[in-house]
Design a protein around this ligand. Structure first.
Ligand SMILES: [Fe+2]
Ligand SMILES: [Fe+2]
Length: 224
């Protein structure tokens, strides 16, 4: 993985600059994709249960992405098999059933307040829209769903193509889209956990976080 290229291409640099009237480097403008300043670093054990629940979702998603990635490597070395085909189906199904639900937990209430707090503290872009890291995370959600849809349809197409060369080319495209998806999701989760969740834990009241937890419980019908 080319982290320098990833960082260069990343919209975070373009969208989440710290406002011009504040000094120092913004935690939303990291010098390297996986090396952000850890100014709001908070250990899992001291996170509010609502944030722990989001991190537990992340852990399950990362585990599925790792299984998915192993299947992609097998496809690259040995081609598609019944076993790897089943892993692909399970991975896309898991993503479809869990990723959007998880995103709703973040986007309903939590992200809007997070955005307000970031703006209050000057952690926003210099344009009139005052974009923050929350805008980047929301765009990430959309992008991940798009990547998954394209990868899934490429795999579906690849197995139906009668011409071998076309099939191999489409399969290769599907694998690449899938790898982009995995890297995209990993970086997204890394940023939420190392920057935004710590910020929320430090700058939201316990009552505010309790409310988000209650909303999730109400919406999903089960404890957050
Ligand atoms: Fe997210
Ligand atoms: Fe998340």
């Amino acid at each position: 993985m080319d982290l320098k290229k990833l960082n260069k291409d990343d919209p975070l640099d373009r969208m989440a600059e710290k406002s011009a009237d504040t000094e120092g480097m913004s935690p939303m403008d990291p010098p390297d994709a996986y090396s952000p300043p850890s100014t709001e670093d908070v250990a899992y054990d001291t996170m509010h249960p609502f944030l722990q629940e989001l991190m537990d979702d992340h852990k399950r998603l990362i585990a599925q992405m790792t299984t998915f990635e192993e299947a992609l490597q097998q496809i690259q070395t040995s081609g598609l098999s019944n076993e790897t085909g089943q892993t692909l189906r399970n991975s896309f199904q898991f993503f479809e059933e869990n990723f959007v639900v998880h995103n709703r937990k973040e986007e309903v209430g939590f992200f809007p307040l997070l955005k307000r707090r970031l703006i209050e503290r000057g952690e926003h872009g210099t344009t009139a829209e005052r974009k923050t890291g929350v805008d980047v995370m929301q765009n990430d959600h959309t992008r991940a769903v798009q990547l998954a849809a394209v990868a899934c349809s490429f795999f579906g197409l690849a197995v139906r193509l009668p011409d071998e060369q076309s099939r191999m080319l489409t399969l290769s495209g599907a694998v690449q889209q899938s790898k982009d998806l995995i890297e995209h999701v990993r970086l997204h989760i890394f940023r939420e956990e190392t920057i935004l969740f710590g910020f929320a834990n430090n700058h939201f009241s316990a009552e505010e976080l309790d409310q988000f937890q209650t909303s999730v419980e109400t919406e999903t019908g089960k404890p957050a």
